[in-house]
Design a protein around this ligand. Sequence first.
Ligand code: GLU
Length: 176
Amino acid sequence: MCGIVGYYGPENPKDVIMGGLKSLEYRGYDSAGVAILNCGEFKRVRAEGKLSTLEKKLEHETFDGHLGIGHTRWATHGAPVEKNAHPHTVDGISLVHNGIIENYLELKDELGTKAQFTSDTDSELVAHLIAREIERTRDLLKAVLRVRTRLQGAYSILVVSKDHPDEMVAFKTARR
Ligand code: GLU
């Protein structure tokens, strides 16, 4: 059971997001990470193991932006190592994901060799799909709505885009 936190507002996003992740720590996790806007790009810091390891890595990191996301991961696809920790970032899109995308191999095949994957997760596929749709729509919400119809499984996802620094889009499968 992983944890997802997003923040947009006047406080220091690093502190708010880490505070949120700590309050979700009881759910269990194997790695953690954050992506926070800095100089117009998402600066990503991830770590295997405890939140205290991530906290140490973040100690001297500063962020000038006010939008960020964080995640504690419970691995289902890919080992619990840093390269598989969330957030996943593709072409300015950053996302965190809880759950499983059942048809991710089929969708990954569709993307072909053009898409360069840097993790073994099902989650990164969604970042690639949204990045591709944003190229067409130039609109984060529209891109998410197009991708959402293609995903099968049970999931919650939070996504941000460096080109849409005032927006955060969350979506999940409906409870049946
Ligand atoms: N399936 C995703 C992964 O393995 C998300 C796992 C989770 O819910 O933390 O990274």
